[in-house]
Write a protein that binds this ligand. Structure first.
Ligand code: ZN
Length: 197
């Protein structure tokens, strides 16, 4: 939050002259990020995005939504690792179950996993999945075909023994806007810290 206040003060002083930092950021077509940290975990998000923290969240279970000005959201959820381990025999099974849930949406026509990748976050294995989801949108006009829309879903699953929690980072985006969203998702995933040192 301190960063936001500083940025506002600077821009009101320079009145319309972009700071070197934001000029560089726009030249590289890169967004500026700041930190979000709660209950011992940490992630970065673009400074232009809004945070919606589920008020029912506590240390063991909760959700936070990061919302872009265009309402393209990335969600971070956490929950009890003990419960997750009772339900799933592995991280892979946990991730597959999340993907299977997408299929239950009646508007979903097709679900295709394009990529799965193991990565490391702090000392744990994390699983990244990229899934292509085809939705059908019923036409409002009679005798016309239903429209189809393809979205890319990115998700990361992680089991952290140290904090005794599991984490899921999840985002869906229309295929046409996928590139910027991918960069933001990757930055959030790379910056993520599930437990304090
Ligand atoms: Zn951890």
């Amino acid at each position: 939050m301190g960063n936001v206040v500083t940025a506002l003060n600077v821009s009101s002083i320079t009145s319309g002259i972009p700071s070197i930092k934001s000029w560089r950021a726009s030249c590289n077509n890169m967004l500026e990020y700041e930190s979000f940290s709660v209950y011992g975990f940490h992630v970065v998000y673009p400074t232009t995005w809004k945070i919606e923290f589920d008020p029912k969240s506590d240390r063991l279970k909760g959700d936070v939504a990061f919302k872009s000005p265009e309402k393209e959201n990335i969600f971070l959820s956490w929950g009890s690792l003990e419960k997750a381990k009772k339900r799933y025999s592995s991280l892979e099974e946990h991730a597959n179950d999340s993907i299977d849930r997408i299929k239950k949406n009646p508007r979903v026509r097709k679900v295709e996993t394009s990529q799965t990748k193991d990565t490391r976050i702090q000392s744990h294995k994390a699983l990244f999945s990229l899934v292509k989801v085809t939705f059908s949108t019923p036409s409002l006009l009679p005798f016309t075909k239903t429209k189809e829309e393809v979205q890319e879903v990115r998700c990361m699953h992680l089991h952290c023994e140290t904090s005794e929690r599991y984490y899921v980072i999840y985002g869906a985006i229309a295929l046409s806007k996928s590139q910027e969203h991918e960069a933001i998702f990757n930055n959030m995933m790379k910056s993520f810290k599930c437990h304090s040192q």
